[in-house]
Design a protein around this ligand. Structure first.
Ligand code: SF4
Ligand code: SF4
Length: 417
């Protein structure tokens, strides 16, 4: 008979200090080293993913002027990023309700993702409101002054993702590259956190459902449904969380050759309710397939695994190797604006370990084993990671600590996906 336990039983064990939690990385490493981890040995596995995720928008509501200062707002810019005013009109209240897409942008270098992180980092934001009377109201705000600030995901945390190559001669601009994507088969970029990924740990959504409590960018949030384009083979999630509890290191903007994107994070507890769930939670990089698509038509050109691309999670900077170039290529190319070209310093909170600096630094001052993929007789170097495995590990550890400290109690889903 299959062994089972309920989420309520797991919560009771945790409350008594008897529950055992492992991060997905711990579980996989222990299995990799030959340990036999059985149902009795673990109650919860914490999973996480961190990377470029387009399907994100903010819901904000705040006072921009005195009561009766205007009838209705018609347009709004936050640090130059356009929002959509409404749906509530807030007639003559001086209040604006709005949505801001993570992919909207003020210019080539600053978009919704940058704005979300600046808000979460408590920075002052410039606000420009157009009214139905034709007036223009300029003010400033910060997250502290915005009582309702939530981030919603329309499509996040895909059950892993894809790798991309350019199978053709002509270079193309794409959201899957920081620079124009070179071909044929000159480089490979990829997304997905492999064995840390929440839906890879629970691919049949046996424990993840509507109402599952998660950490979104470090803040407590909830799964609210399946995301857009979710399918049984390639599921993804829709979720929501309050921006006030988020950490700036877990979200931000990420510049691609096709415009600014959003960098975003999820951590999801996987309660080990039966042996089948444990079996999936133990899936390792070498068992998780990574389809390789042609960037032109998104059709498959091959398949590898996450073990082929995740070798070294950290990008390192050796200050002594810096040539002090007149124009620092890293400062201008870093998609996360994580390198200070004047001080020659990496802003660790902003760095997403993508590897761009390893490619462009004139002095070879950045290092990381990004790897080389063998595909159909070709050797293709990995040039960009659009997911940050190092931060995903940190998030899974953060969630584990919060559960152990009693700060985060597992929630029973109210409905299956
Ligand atoms: S490109 Fe590299 S070597 Fe040149 S200034 Fe920037 S960090 Fe230093
Ligand atoms: S790995 Fe390099 S290019 Fe990428 S975010 Fe960090 S400093 Fe910037």
């Amino acid at each position: 008979m299959e062994k089972r336990r309920t989420i309520a039983e797991i919560n009771a064990k945790l409350e008594n200090g008897e529950g055992v939690i492992m991060t997905a990385e711990e579980l996989c490493n222990r299995l990799r080293s030959g340990e036999d981890i059985r149902f009795e040995d673990v109650d919860v596995v914490t999973s996480a993913t961190c990377g470029v995720m387009s399907g994100t928008y903010a819901i904000l509501s705040f006072q921009v002027a005195e009561r009766e200062a205007f009838e209705r707002a018609t347009t709004i810019l936050l640090n130059g990023v356009p929002g959509f005013v409404g749906p509530c009109p807030n007639e003559r209240l001086g209040v604006v309700d709005l949505l801001v897409y993570g992919t909207s942008h003020a210019n080539e270098r600053y978009g919704g993702g940058h704005l979300f992180r600046d808000l979460v980092a408590q920075k002052e934001i410039e606000v420009a409101v157009g009214t139905v009377e034709g007036r223009s109201i300029k003010t400033t705000t910060s997250l502290e002054e915005i009582p309702v600030a939530r981030l919603c995901s329309t499509r996040n945390a895909f059950k892993n993702y894809y790798a991309f190559v350019n199978a053709h001669e002509n270079a193309v601009s794409s959201i899957f590259g920081v620079d124009r994507f070179k071909g044929p088969f000159k480089e490979l970029t990829f997304s997905g956190c492999g064995e840390l990924n929440p839906l890879e740990k629970d691919p049949f959504r046996e424990t993840i459902g509507i109402g599952t409590k998660i950490l979104m960018n470090g803040a407590v949030g909830f799964v609210i449904g399946e995301g857009t384009r979710s399918s049984p083979e390639k599921p993804n999630l829709m979720g929501i969380a309050d921006m006030h509890g988020m950490f700036p290191e877990f979200l931000g903007g990420f510049r691609t050759a096709a415009g600014p994107e959003v960098f975003y994070s999820w951590a999801v507890p996987i309660p080990i309710v039966n042996e089948h769930v444990l079996e999936n939670a133990g899936k390792r990089d070498e068992e998780i397939r990574l389809g390789v698509l042609d960037i032109h038509n998104r059709l498959p050109v091959g398949e590898i695994t996450y073990a082929d691309v995740w070798h070294d999670f950290s990008v390192r900077f050796d200050r002594s190797a810096c040539l002090e170039c007149d124009e620092c290529q890293v400062a201008s190319s870093c998609p996360a604006d994580a390198f200070d070209g004047e001080a020659k310093e990496v802003h660790e909170d902003f760095c997403c370990n993508c590897g761009t600096c390893v490619q462009v630094c004139k002095g070879g001052a950045f290092s990381c084993n990004l790897g080389v993929v063998h595909l159909s007789g070709r050797e293709i170097p990995v040039t960009l990671r659009q997911s940050d495995r190092k931060k995903a590990v940190k998030l899974a550890e953060m969630l584990k600590s919060k559960i152990l400290d009693g700060e985060f109690v597992l929630a029973e889903p109210v409905s299956r996906l």
